[in-house]
Write a protein that binds this ligand. Sequence first.
Ligand SMILES: Nc1ncnc2c1ncn2[C@@H]1O[C@H](COP(=O)(O)OP(=O)(O)OP(=O)(O)O)[C@@H](O)[C@H]1O
Ligand SMILES: [Mg+2]
Length: 287
Amino acid sequence: MTVLSVCNHKGGTGKTTTTIHVAAALGLSGWRTLVIDLDPQGFLTHTMGTEEPAPEQSVAAFFDADADPGRIRVREAAGFDLIPSSSTLTRRMRDLNKPTDVLWVREALQRLDLEYDLLLFDTAAAVTVYSLNALVASQHVLIPVLPEYQSVVGGEQTYQTTQLVENKLNPRLDTRQFLFTQVDARKRMHKTYREYIQEKYGEAVMDNIIRTSTSLAKSRDDATTIFDHEPSSRGALDYANATDELVGRLQEASKDAGRKADPATTAPNGLPAEADADPEVSQLLNS
Ligand SMILES: Nc1ncnc2c1ncn2[C@@H]1O[C@H](COP(=O)(O)OP(=O)(O)OP(=O)(O)O)[C@@H](O)[C@H]1O
Ligand SMILES: [Mg+2]
């Protein structure tokens, strides 16, 4: 199973929109895809028309030693399965302050042996124990970036966090891809920011972009995606093309799979013991 986090520490960069539409596009191509909503605000869960379930039927079960994530009834969304978020994550976060608390999700995935081709995490716009759990369990990171100052800074910080996570916690973290979203080709600054990131991160920048699209901006909560209600719009076209490219990139990376094993099926190594907590990780957890 390929595991990918959609992450940018800055808010409103298209993380949730991208998670939904990549998962939906893959569903249309026959991929068995699971989305886990790790954002305590649960916008993805809400957008997919899913009521907030009891905590033990939500992603909160992953962070509760008395709950069994294997008993979560996954919800059917637009061509993919969904493990919904829970507002209890916000309260629970106060207690999740040990370095080992970044391992809950990876350890649960190792036990569960899920039958999906791809697992996608939607994350919140911050370095929290939840986004770190996603990164620690992933082989790949997709960083949606708006071609604007704060989003580009957030994207670069996210890239640095992924390097820290790879070095300290998850040596199997393999690729990072920047995906530019809400791009307006008429704006010179949009081109300038994209070129800046391309110059600095080269191959990590996806060729496809997601243009600004009113059909994507329309807020819906009826479990449909742009592929259902406006399949010939540019939003649908852009996400279909970007997903194709992403799949190619992930498949290319998996050719080197011998190099790095699947974090969800491999025994964790180098786990930080509580006693010698890494100060950088503690700082991340407390930030
Ligand atoms: N390509 C697009 N064109 C126009 N509007 C878009 C596009 N992509 C996303 N949006 C809109 O931008 C807003 C932010 O998108 P989204 O919620 O996906 O970002 P996010 O990174 O998940 O935000 P948060 O950090 O709050 O979780 C939403 O209102 C969404 O509908
Ligand atoms: Mg979001």
